[in-house]
Structure formats: C-alpha cells, structure tokens
Design a protein around this ligand. Sequence first.
Ligand SMILES: [Zn+2]
Length: 500
Amino acid sequence: MPRLIFRILLIFALAGAAGWGYLWIRKNVSAASITVGDRIVDVQAPLLILGLLLGGIGFYMLIRLLRLVFFAPSLAARALERQREARGVEAVTRGLAAMEVGDAKSALHEARKAEKLLHHRKDRSLARLVQARAQTLAGNADEARQYYEAMLEAPGTELAGLRGLTAQAAASGDTAKALQLTRRAVELRPRDPAVLSAAFDTQVAAHEWGEARQSLAASILAGAVPKAVGKRREAALHLAEAIEADLAGDRTRALEESRAALKIAPGLSPAAVLAARLLADGGEKEKTEAARHIEAAWAQSPHPDLAEAYAALAPDDPPDTRRKRLQRLIKSYADHPESRLLSAELALSAGDAAAARKALAGMEVNHPGARVFALMGAVARAEGASETELRQWLARAVQAPRAAWTCESCGLTAPRWVCCCPQCGSFDSFHWTWPPAAPVADGHALAAAMAPLLEGGPRAASARPGPGVEAPAAPPPRPAPGSELVPVPPKAEGPEARPA
Ligand SMILES: [Zn+2]
C-alpha cells in the first residue's frame, strides 16, 4: 500500500514538473536557433519540446536494444533457469502430494526429478528434504540416511535431518545413537517444545529416566506441558525407575524412587504398593511408613492391590483386628466403588450378609463390574438363595467387564501399571478404570445362554475354600502369546484375590 501511494505521488510530481517545464519554455524561449551545417534553422518552442521528448524516447529505446543485443545470452540463460526452478518446485509439490497419499513410487519419481531440476541451486535443502522423505516412505533406509546426513550440513535443515536420523536409529533399535542425536537436537534448540517432546519420548524409550525428567522440566518451563500434568509425569518417571530397579534387585534405589514418586503424587497406587512391599520386611518404623503410603494413596485413588498390601503388613493379625485396620482405608474414601467392595468383602468375612448387601446397594447398575456380581452372588449364597439365583449372578459376573488398568489413549488394558503403552506409545496413559454404568443384562436370558458354559459352575465355586466370600468368579482370560497384556486383568479381580 505505501508503495502504491508513493507511485501515485511520483506520477503527480512528474506531471507537475513537466507542466511547469513546458510553461517555463513557452514563457522564456520564444524560439531556438539551431545551426545545421551552414544553415540556421529557427524552431518554435512547442516544436522544440516535442523534438526533445521524441529524442529522449528514441535514446531510451536505443539503450534497451543495445542491452538486449549485448546481454541476450545471459538473459536467456536466466529465463531458462527460472523455468527449471519453477518445474523443480512443481515436482516438489507433486512429490509431497504423493507422500500424503502414501504413493511411494510417484513420490520417489518426483523427488528424483526435483533433485535434478533444483541441482544448480546453491541451497539444495528442499530437494534433499523431499528425497529423504520419499526414500523413507519407499523403505530405502540407506538412501534416506544419506539425505538426512546431507541435511545436517545446512543450518536450516539440520534439525529435520537430526529428527529423521533419530527416528531411523529408534526404529532399528539403536537407542544409544538415538539418544546421542537427541542430545544434539536439544543443544540446538533447548527451548523448542517439539524438540523437547521428541527428546522425552526417546529418553523414556531408552529408560534414561534422569534425562527424561530434565526434558520434562524444560517443557514445563517452556509452557508446553501444564504444571499439574508435568508433576504427574515426573512421578510416573520416578515410578518407572523404581519398577526397573526393583526388577534388577536394587532395593535401595527402588525404595528411593518410589518414595520420590509418592512425594509428588501420593495417590499413585502402584508406587505405594511397591514401597509397601519393599518396607514390609523392615521393622516397626518401616511398616508404619508403608501403612502411611497406602493410606494416603487409598484416600486419593483406591485400588485392590493397596488393600492387599495393607493386609500383608500384619499377616498374623486375627481376622477381627485386620477388619478393623482395613476399615481405616474404607473411611478415607467411603463412596469409592473399591471402598464399597472392600466393605462388602469384610462384612461377608464377618458373616454379616445384610451389611454386605447394604454396601453393594445400587452398584449392579452404577458399577456393573464382574466383582460386583460375584459379590452379589456370594451375598445371595450367604442368605440361602436358590441355585437358579446363584447361576444368574454367576452368568452376570462372567459377562460383565472388569475394572482394569486402561490406556486412556487407545483403550488397551494391562494387568499392571506400565509407564508407556505398548500399543500406542503414550506415556503415563494407564489409569485404573471402572466399567461405565450400563443397563444390567437380563440374568435369566444370560443364564440360559451361558448354560453350556456354566456346567458345574456354582458347584465348583462352592468347593472353593474361604470365609464366606467364595463367590463364583470368572475364569481368568488367557494372555496373548508373547505378551503380558491381556484384555482384562487376571490379578486383583474377584473377591478370592482380596484380603479378608
Ligand atoms: Zn495406548
């Protein structure tokens, strides 16, 4: 816009100057005398002005013509170059479009064409980038690596090159190289949220918990991760390190890390369970600390493993004393389904079927999980219900979903908390999830449908020993071959797995 205004003003100024010049000549020059050889020619002012104007235009045209003659070859070369460049950019566009739809063959063709057409350019980043991506898509890892390495030479594409090489190293399982490249990227852009996020993923995959915590802290500082989410992730990193140390037999580090996790997130139940297990063998002081961790975790996020660990702290307690101790957990979060289930189990173990029924009231609708139906069956049995009614509860228990560690990103369930989802790769996405409230299925219809499967079910259940909590339980599902992850958790499910 300012340029346009400037041009208009310039045109006005030139027109004004020309008008003023014309008037000045008309006023001060009546005629000009021009000597041509021996003759003197008198020229009128308007004619003189016209002559000067035509002379100027002729001179300009001559200069243009001479320029064209002398510079024609270089001008033609430049025009050709521009044409080649335009074709090269077109090839890049077509290549990117082919990549977008996953057409590796066309992408490769266009990338090669683009490289050929843009070869003369001083900056070859664009051609390298499109080649690297097309070669990756085509599965040509070696060729792609060469282009990514070439991209490291130019400051504009260094980061993209590092990212491509990191992905290649991670895909080939070379975690050491992936980490090294990640460190270089962080050095290059220490505050870039995308770089920090990629670094965090690589460091977590490499189990470099300390470095991952540093990347996380930098992400929080950069405002890329909300503080509350960052704190929870920090706790999850400590827990992951604690689990790893525990598996390696390093009790001291496992305890240290689980304590660090609980300091940040007291409700992180797997950390409390691990800390309690590690402290359970100690003296009174350690056991008191373990109980404190479990109580704090239950008050925020009750989990059956917490109750089990709490009971295990005093295995020799008489049943009444144990029930009294567990009541402490229930009181800290009385409305939670886990608290109500625990309450029902304790009531059943004390032979108080009415109290158990009261604790379970409404849960078959609001929390229609397998354990609820199994406990309802146990209550019915304690109250002397008929075989038909018991079969109905059993059918519901078999059919119902179970509370499980569930990945909130992809829905995968796991028998225990894991820091990274093996299916979608999300970090700290596993949460203890209860089945949603749903209309309860018709027990009669289900019992009929399940009849062939339930042959001897209740009889088998009644043969199981236990203090009045031997509710029929669903058989544990078979894990997928080679995988620890199963559709439902086999542990911590069913009242027989619980302390009573
Ligand atoms: Zn997932």
